[in-house]
Design a protein around this ligand. Structure first.
Ligand SMILES: Nc1nc2c(ncn2[C@@H]2O[C@H](COP(=O)(O)OP(=O)(O)OP(=O)(O)O)[C@@H](O)[C@H]2O)c(=O)[nH]1
Ligand SMILES: [Mg+2]
Length: 207
């Protein structure tokens, strides 16, 4: 547990939605996670919440098919800012190799509907696998999200699969490819919880 700063102290699954009418009615702000299928969105939510069974994780891509809402409570462990209540939102992944063209455009519509109809969406975290160079659909997704008017934070996942030197080199390459500020880009490992305190702080400050 970080000695100072925000920590997530409670988390629970609330609901899965396929249409805006099913989004939860509570007026809490939302942080959503988007990225290629299998990049580690659900694992990252579990890591943030320190609960390996909260969001369903799978070795085969295309696991998450609905917009899933998790209600969390964060506590300011060092200061006196108290508590914050918000939703973490797990989205289906893109770039699922076996998906048909029709499925891919249905996915884009589904996500667009969430992004445009959720008035409480405060921060979008786009996850990119740190092991690979930037893929075309990651770039398209980033450019699309950046134009939607919601702040986008890029999170590089699966850092435990590279040495520290290789991870630093890949971070520099990916930041260059997207013209990102490395200081604003978080390196994460859901296995080791690397980047956890930094990302929680970023999310809470963005709410
Ligand atoms: N080594 C390592 N494996 C990870 C990490 N994050 C996720 N994984 C693994 O990657 C696979 C996919 O993880 P998920 O969290 O289900 O990925 P997702 O992005 O939610 O996938 P979809 O729901 O299909 O879009 C699983 O086998 C995870 O165990 C990580 O930080 N390190
Ligand atoms: Mg998932």
């Amino acid at each position: 547990m970080p000695e100072q700063g925000w920590d997530i102290i409670k988390a629970r699954y609330v609901t899965s939605a396929v249409a805006p009418a099913q989004y939860p009615p509570d007026g809490w702000p939302e942080a959503a996670f988007i990225g290629r299928s299998n990049v580690g969105k659900s694992s990252l939510i579990n890591s943030l919440c320190r609960n390996g069974r909260l969001a369903k994780v799978s070795g085969s891509p295309g696991k998450t098919r609905t917009v899933n809402f998790f209600a969390v409570q964060a506590k300011d462990t060092g200061g006196d800012a108290g508590f914050k209540q918000f939703f973490l939102v797990d989205l289906p992944g893109y770039g699922f190799a076996k998906a048909s063209k029709a499925d891919k455009s249905a996915w884009a519509e589904f996500i667009r509907l969430y992004i445009t109809s959720s008035r409480r969406l405060k921060i979008l975290c786009q996850l990119i696998d740190i092991r690979h160079d930037l893929m075309k659909n990651d770039r398209e997704c980033y450019e699309w999200l950046a134009g939607e008017g919601v702040p986008v934070r890029v999170v590089l996942t699966k850092a435990d699969k590279l040495s520290a030197a290789a991870a630093a080199a890949q971070k520099a390459r990916l930041c260059r490819a997207l013209s990102l500020d490395p200081a604003q880009t978080i390196v994460y490992s859901a296995v080791k919880n690397t980047g956890r305190a930094e990302l929680i702080g970023n999310i809470v400050r963005g709410l």
